[in-house]
Design a protein around this ligand. Structure first.
Ligand SMILES: C[S@@+](CC[C@H](N)C(=O)[O-])C[C@H]1O[C@@H](n2cnc3c(N)ncnc32)[C@H](O)[C@@H]1O
Ligand code: SF4
Ligand code: SF4
Length: 338
């Protein structure tokens, strides 16, 4: 690691460790609805019956007005499909008029609405999924919307930071990843890679597997640890749950994206009351030991913090303070990536 990178790793590590210790809720993901008109093979949220939509009133009263939320809190507004929420405009108005920092996630099925919403509500960040182009997109998602995603990029790329998420899954291959990566480079938008797993809420049918070796040159340090994690060669503490939670359309607050473990419901308590309760503190302590997922929406925080700790603290101290984890495996992935 060069000196600049070392200094950044140390600075971020100290900040992250402090936030974990004081359980600062940094990011709140709100799955405002479980409605979705896509037909994905890697996620069956679209197949849920008796849909739930979180109302703007509950979002305002039980989340935004709650004392664990500040202007530093980052929100991920997602679903299901965010734009399938019958009151998505009211929700965007709440966040934009309140001056919150957030990202709107969409599958790109509604390009007119997406473009208009970004402009009207000055959405600060836009995330769209693109798991392949043309036939691959249709194969993965069961609908034909890749061109919509490209159109939204073309119309909005100079107006809003765009993040394109590619999920490596059993229905796409490295040539699809390369095509989407090229598109991102051409259009000047950020490219993110995640990998197929089995979050309980997604009702997946096929078990997750290893990422094939042709993908390796494209993987981040974190994603390079996916296969070793699958082989049970990577075990690090789960710290991110002290800084992030998932809120569902039903008002249930979930521990993380992987586990539908309910911390409380917003129709009974505010987010602050749930977050600060003794029961939830105990759950967070218990799941510190959990290593049951390697999801790109939860665990990069843990890998980065493990890397920071193991870069600056001797192993005996780490093991004494935190327990015996696979510090060397994390270090190796991050060293090879620098
Ligand atoms: C659940 S979607 C919600 C937002 C929006 N409906 C979309 O598709 O972008 C959020 C992200 O999760 C990814 N995803 C879906 N199924 C997954 C799975 N089984 N494992 C990991 N990521 C998955 C999607 O590709 C997408 O990038
Ligand atoms: S990945 Fe997104 S678009 Fe596909 S079913 Fe899940 S929520 Fe819907
Ligand atoms: S490691 Fe366990 S507790 Fe942590 S995010 Fe994954 S499933 Fe949730």
């Amino acid at each position: 690691m060069n000196l600049l990178k070392q200094a950044k790793t140390l600075k971020d590590g100290v900040r992250d460790a402090y936030d974990v210790k004081r359980r600062k809720l940094r990011t709140v993901a709100i799955l405002v609805t479980d409605r979705c008109m896509s037909r994905c093979k890697h996620c069956f949220i679209w197949n849920k019956k008796d849909n739930n939509d979180l109302s703007p009133e509950v979002i305002e009263r039980q989340i935004l007005d709650s004392d664990v939320i500040s202007k530093d809190t980052y929100f991920e507004l997602t679903g299901g499909e965010f734009l399938d929420h019958p009151q998505y405009e009211e929700i965007l108005a709440l966040f934009s008029e309140g001056g919150y920092d957030y990202m709107m996630l969409t599958n790109g099925m509604y390009p007119d609405q997406a473009i208009e919403a970004v402009r009207k509500y000055k959405v600060p960040n836009l995330y769209m999924s693109l798991d392949g182009l043309g036939e691959t997109y249709k194969k993965v998602r069961g609908v034909d919307c890749a061109d919509n995603v490209v159109r939204i990029i073309d119309e909005l790329k100079d107006e809003v930071p765009i993040f394109l998420g590619y999920t490596i899954c059993p229905w796409n291959g490295v040539e699809d990843l390369e095509a989407v990566k090229r598109l991102c480079e051409e259009k000047g938008v950020e490219f993110f890679i995640g990998a197929y797993q089995n979050p309980e809420f997604f009702d997946t049918t096929k078990p997750g597997g290893k990422i094939s070796h042709e993908h390796e040159p494209y993987l981040s340090e974190f994603m390079r640890l996916h296969n070793p994690w699958m082989e049970q060669q990577v075990k690090i503490p789960c710290w991110n749950i002290n800084t992030k939670c998932y809120i569902m359309g039903s008002g249930d607050v979930h521990l993380c994206q992987q586990k539908s473990l309910v911390l409380g419901n917003l129709h009974d308590k505010t987010l602050g009351e749930i977050w600060e309760s003794d029961e939830v503190r105990a759950i967070h302590r218990k799941y510190r030991e959990c290593n049951d997922c390697w999801l790109a929406c939860n665990r990069p925080f843990d890998a980065q913090l493990a890397h920071a700790g193991s870069s600056f603290l001797p192993r005996p101290i780490l093991n004494k303070w935190l327990g015996e984890y696979t510090w060397d495996a994390v270090d190796a992935a991050y060293k090879n990536g620098s």
